[in-house]
Write a protein that binds this ligand. Structure first.
Ligand code: CAA
Length: 384
């Protein structure tokens, strides 16, 4: 059974064996160097693609692995435990790029755009946020002007994960900023298009090996056949896609927390004070107990949200709960992990220092913890 999950069938066990041996051999040994250099893990991402991990939930006919969301969450936790930067690169491609094309795309769009993305031959980004529209995406200002044969897009997008490397961009823009959410469109944009540029790269606290970019669209022409869904459906596509994205970020947070807990258990067994390993001290045991309990609670919420998605049931609230619980657990556990390590944990010689920096962003992107609480409360009050 995988981490106490009752429905751990053979395919999940095989996936986990494969992912664990890959991350142990190829990802974990590189993570510290990648964090320090800020280098994008090109080779690792390519190998994730070859293993079918860049489009896990996409049916095989569209280049994916045809597995369920629980499998995706399990695999993403393992990858993120080794390298949280690699985790978010994988999460964005799976949840925020492959998923909406699969869910809303035409057969032609799936053939053209989805297959290479799900195979990991191309990489995607999701461009919703703007300098003035983060938590409130309905207020976006990037415009898509209708012209003959397509749209002319102009505007700026902020905090875009994979923005520097992406071949394909899922872009949200408005046909008319005065019409609010009813005028938002989703466009599939080739980043080789004339007028597209990476305006700025953020210098960040954590997830340093993944790029976070500001993107600039200067009268970019996007043909009609790149409209995803219908005109005016853009906000719904964004929010329904983020429901699944939140399961991805929850899984990334679980991985960060797992790494911090594992490191703390190892350190506590080796570090001696007062004539014995500190793991013999009840003060340390209580930290370990609380860390393990929070991690498992958040993990079961995450897998439960994933299972609801797999069963075709409503999962907006459960995904928000999973992301809220897992991201706050990751921050809390990585803080405790430094405490267990004492002075050593405050140095870059120990992985918990990186866990602490990487954990913070999980409370912010794909909806802050405050937004998750708004979503959960709205769903609860509506009786869902
Ligand atoms: N699925 C589908 N449709 C949904 C939905 C969902 N989960 N939630 C809401 N909608 C629909 C509503 O039905 C409504 O449609 P109608 O107008 O037809 O009735 C419409 O969307 C607006 O809904 P609300 O009135 O509830 O929306 P709101 O504006 O009051 O606020 C919000 C909703 C919860 C605050 C939402 O805006 C939200 O989640 N904000 C956070 C955005 C976010 O997560 N940004 C992260 C950026 S992406 C990122 O981080 C990328 C990266 O690279 C990692």
């Amino acid at each position: 059974m995988i981490n106490g999950w009752p429905e751990s069938d053979e395919s999940k066990q095989m996936l986990m064996d494969q992912v664990r041996s890959f991350v142990r051999a190829k990802v974990a040994p590189e993570a510290k160097r990648l964090d320090e250099s800020g280098e994008f893990p090109t080779e690792i991402v390519q190998q994730l693609g070859e293993m079918g991990l860049m489009g896990i939930m996409i049916p095989e006919e569209f280049g994916g692995s045809g597995m369920d969301t629980v499998s995706y969450a399990m695999a993403l936790e393992e990858v993120s435990a080794a390298c949280a930067s690699t985790g978010v690169i994988m999460s964005v491609n799976n949840s925020l790029v492959c998923y909406p094309i699969f869910a809303y795309g035409t057969p032609e769009q799936k053939q053209k755009w989805l297959i290479p993305l799900a195979r990991g031959e191309k990489l995607g980004c999701f461009a919703l946020s703007e300098p003035g529209a983060g938590s409130d995406p309905a207020g976006l200002r990037c415009t898509a002007k209708k012209i003959a044969g397509g749209y002319e897009v102009s505007g700026t997008k902020n905090w875009i994960t994979n923005g520097r490397e992406a071949d394909t961009c899922i872009l949200f823009a408005t046909l008319d900023p005065t019409l609010g959410s009813k005028a938002i469109v989703t466009l599939i944009v080739d980043t080789q298009s004339k007028g597209f540029s990476v305006a700025k790269l953020e210098d960040k606290l954590g997830i340093c090996a993944s790029s976070t970019a500001q993107l600039f669209f200067d009268s970019v022409f996007v043909p009609d056949d790149c409209l995803l869904g219908k005109e005016g459906q853009g906000l719904k596509i964004a929010l329904s896609t983020l429901d699944g994205g939140r399961i991805g970020i929850a899984s990334q947070a679980l991985g960060i927390a797992k790494c911090a807990l594992d490191a703390s258990k190892k350190f506590a067994s080796e570090r001696e004070q007062f004539g014995a390993p500190i793991s013999k001290l009840q003060a340390i045991q209580f930290h370990i107990a609380d860390m393990a309990t929070r991690l498992q609670g958040a993990r079961l919420l995450t897998w439960s949200a994933a299972r609801l998605k797999d069963q075709g049931q409503r999962y907006t609230k459960d995904a928000a709960m999973a992301k809220l619980a897992a991201s706050e657990a990751a921050m809390w556990i990585s803080t405790k992990a430094i405490q267990v390590h004492g002075g050593y944990g405050y140095t870059k010689d120990y992985v918990v220092e990186r866990n602490f920096r990487d954990a913070k962003i999980t409370e912010i992107y794909e909806g802050t913890s405050e937004i998750q609480r708004i979503v959960i409360a709205a769903q609860e009050l509506a009786g869902f």
